[in-house]
Ligand binder design. Structure first.
Ligand code: SF4
Length: 167
């Protein structure tokens, strides 16, 4: 079975968003949470208020989508392990999740660029980048380096596409 790289599957994640991400009390979240602080609504890897997030004051959680970064990190980089069973993994899993979110954001943008009237050369470059990001089996150190390496290269390439956009 092949699944889309950008498909989020919380059942194969370890609640990384509910651990790693910070939010502020307001319209989208009912209390403040710091990065790396497990949400107090977590029960194992599940949200204990999943079915009533909006009415409980957490529409921000409903709106959030990691684009499959969490499940990919847990399965591909950490072989299904969890920071809950092995607290030493907390920091490396948060760092890898951050890097993979950047990888998956670029995959999303590279797919969207398919709708531009790209030259054959630019479309080949687009497909080459996509293949690298989707097919590579990432390690934690590679994900940590992604933003200062390949992500910058891809972002600079995106700038060269500005001529395709309506002026
Ligand atoms: S409220 Fe639920 S979905 Fe939102 S961060 Fe907490 S545990 Fe996760």
């Amino acid at each position: 079975m092949t699944t889309d790289t950008l498909a989020t599957d919380c059942s194969r994640c370890a609640a990384l968003c509910c651990l790693a991400l910070a939010f502020d009390k307001g319209d989208d979240f009912a209390f403040d949470k710091n990065p790396g602080e497990p949400c107090r609504n977590l029960s194992g890897h599940q949200c204990s208020i999943h079915d009533k997030l909006t009415s409980e004051g957490f529409p921000g959680c409903v709106a959030y989508d990691c684009l499959g970064a969490g499940n990919r990190v847990v399965q591909e980089v950490f072989a299904g392990q969890s920071w809950q069973k092995n607290p030493q993994l907390t920091r490396p899993m948060m760092e890898a999740f951050s890097g993979m979110r950047e990888v998956h954001k670029r995959i999303d943008l590279l797919r969207a660029a398919r709708s531009l009237p790209l030259s054959d050369r630019d479309d080949q470059a687009r497909r080459d980048y996509l293949a690298r990001l989707e097919q590579h089996r990432w390690s934690g150190p590679e994900l940590n380096d992604f933003e200062v390496g390949l992500a910058l290269e891809i972002d600079l390439w995106f700038h060269t596409l500005r001529g395709y956009l309506p002026g």
